[in-house]
Design a protein around this ligand. Structure first.
Ligand code: IYR
Length: 232
């Protein structure tokens, strides 16, 4: 079974190979790369109006391959990416997500939480869950399943999937598409609709596609370097 490949490595001596693929650049080139990459990442915005324009599947596949290079606890790679383009499934997901969001906006959210969301202009309507060509439902594998049904312990699963998700968002932006991290709460309905097993817990839905021609984004600011970092 493909899913059990890493079990064959458990409890074995490490095998080392020379570091493959590392490239050393002159320092000024590195400084330039870092500045250019920052400028490119600073153009990324979370979008809430998507076009229905199709996106090639191979583009999504390579973004997922990029995400799959993420580091993870004991290299267990405790993630699953369910790529949804089927209109009937998207419609079901939208229906359930909007039900939960209705509860959230009318009952569950504290006034403080609603106040924090106000500058973003969000509400319970989630049309993009049907409009965008792809919804990537990301799951955390809480533990592995051995072929005989026994559980295998995984480590730092949420941290690992968070890192992989960040790399996926970066890959999608780099490829020239927009995305939205969407977290209806609770999200248990995703297991049902997408037929995922109990050891997988929904992490978030990444909505992916081209922004709509009329897309607008809230005027917000990112914290500056002096606010987010301390050099000692
Ligand atoms: N899930 C809701 C509310 C929401 C919560 C947070 I925290 C956000 O950063 C944005 C939205 C929604 O999607 O509208």
């Amino acid at each position: 079974m493909v899913e059990d490949w890493n079990l064959t490595l458990m409890g074995t001596e490490p095998v080392f190979v020379p570091l493959p693929g590392f490239r050393e650049y002159p320092e000024d080139v590195m400084v330039g790369h870092a500045a250019d990459f920052y400028a490119d990442m600073a153009r990324r915005r979370t979008v809430r109006q998507f076009s229905d324009r199709p996106v090639p599947r191979k583009l999504i596949e390579n973004c997922l391959r990029a995400a799959s290079t993420a580091p993870s606890g004991a290299n267990m790679q405790p993630w699953k990416f369910v790529v949804v383009s089927d209109p009937a499934l998207k419609k079901q997901i939208r229906g359930k997500a909007e039900d939960e969001e209705h509860e959230f906006y009318t009952r569950r959210a504290t006034p403080e939480w609603l106040a924090a969301l106000e500058p973003l202009g969000t509400d319970e309507r989630k049309p993009y869950l049907e409009t965008a060509p792809y919804l990537i439902a990301i799951f955390v594998e809480r533990f592995g399943m051995l072929p005989d049904g026994r559980k295998m312990k995984y480590y730092y699963t949420v941290e690992s999937v968070g890192i992989a998700t960040g790399m996926l968002i970066t890959a999608i932006h780099h490829a020239g598409l927009a995305s939205l991290t969407h977290t209806p709460s609770p999200m248990g309905f995703l297991n049902e609709i997408l037929d995922r097993p109990d050891n997988e817990r929904p992490f978030l839905i990444l909505v992916v596609g081209y922004p709509a021609a009329e897309a607008v984004v809230p005027k917000i600011r990112k914290k500056g370097l002096d606010e987010i970092s301390i050099f000692l």
